[in-house]
Ligand binder design. Structure first.
Ligand code: BTN
Length: 325
């Protein structure tokens, strides 16, 4: 760990407190000049660090830049790697690379301030502009077959639900299979990808990618997303107050707990707004109407077709059918 990284870790841990340069130098076993150099470099990266008249340093309480040092502070299990990027094509892509090439352990994560080619389900593009959202991918190494992987997806939805409720005090709704909604708009999308052993069908690793909008800038939002996509907060200022590193840490902690439990949580069923409604199902580019009966204990969605036949869906694209007046 570099001096800069260690100083950032201490500043984040003691955010808002005055830390003497002398004490920092002593703790890190370096010179005061080295401390000053590290602080200067952190400031150049955008950190608001005040230097008081008593020659102490303070990381401003409002400082909210993403860093692996700050995220790590909030992780319960610190054995995974944490990588924070300014911009990547896709955090899922980077996480898959880390899992394959670096054998990154479960709980490792890749976070980005923005994505140039964010991926959504069904090969769609996921709009990932800088500052307004959190884009993160977590590596999991569950035991089991690809056919058991539905629980990974539902675990991720529950993890986001629990973390957002705890940190932001906002209670989201879940749309089967793994979107989260607030005030009628989609605020979070989840893309779970798995690499399996071809012969046994066992999962080698899975990457759970989460895109969570803190707010949306209506002026720059692509037209096709207007009215569909929303944020946790109505504006930039309010959204800026959420400690992003803490929220990411909490999502990872909850995800690891949920994945460990390996069962469909009650929360997933209770917060799901699809059951009990007429829905539209999009399969193989065809849309048909059905009725959503309930979420089964294995996470599948039990539907009743128009001809009365019942089926349990493991994946697919569903939406509420607008009720005729
Ligand atoms: C969807 O709603 O279709 C799923 C969207 C998943 C987006 C997240 S953002 C972080 C991670 N990296 C990606 O490229 N995609 C996921």
């Amino acid at each position: 760990m570099t001096v800069k990284s260690r100083i950032l870790e201490i500043l984040e841990r003691k955010k808002g407190q005055v830390l003497s340069g002398e004490a920092l130098a002593e703790e890190l076993g370096c010179t005061r000049a080295a401390v000053w150099k590290a602080v200067k470099s952190l400031r150049e990266e955008g950190y608001s660090i005040e230097a008081g008249s008593n020659r102490g340093y303070t990381l401003c309480p409002g400082s909210n830049l993403l860093s692996q040092e700050a995220i790590r502070l909030h992780l319960k299990n610190k054995t995974g790697s944490v990588r924070v990027c300014r911009e990547v094509s896709s955090t899922n892509q980077e996480a898959k690379r880390a899992a394959l090439e670096e054998n990154a352990p479960a709980g490792s994560l890749v976070v980005a301030n923005s994505q140039s080619a964010g991926r959504g389900r069904r090969g769609r593009y996921f709009y990932s502009p800088e500052k307004s959202g959190l884009y993160m991918s977590v590596i999991l190494r569950p035991e089991g077959k690809l056919s058991d992987s539905l629980v990974l997806t539902t675990s991720a939805a529950v993890a986001v639900y629990r973390a957002v409720e705890k940190i932001c005090g906002i209670s989201l709704e879940i749309k089967w299979v793994n979107d989260l909604y607030f005030q009628g708009k989609k605020v979070c999308g989840i893309l779970t990808e798995a690499v399996t052993d071809f012969e046994s069908g066992d999962i080698e690793f899975a990457v759970v990618g989460i895109g969570l909008n803190l707010y949306v800038e209506k002026e720059t939002l692509p037209k096709e997303l207007l009215g569909i996509v929303g944020g946790l907060y109505s504006g930039k200022e309010e959204a800026g107050k959420v400690d992003k590193n803490l929220l990411i840490g909490e999502i990872v902690n909850c995800l690891m707990e949920e994945a460990e439990r390996n069962e469909i949580s009650e929360i997933y069923i209770e917060r799901n707004f699809i059951p009990g409604n007429k829905i539209l199902i999009c399969e193989e580019n065809k849309i048909r109407e059905a009725y959503a009966e309930k979420i089964c204990s294995d996470g599948r969605l039990l539907i009743r077709e128009k001809n009365g036949e019942k089926r349990a869906l493991s994946y697919g694209e569903v939406s509420l059918k607008m009720q005729e007046k």
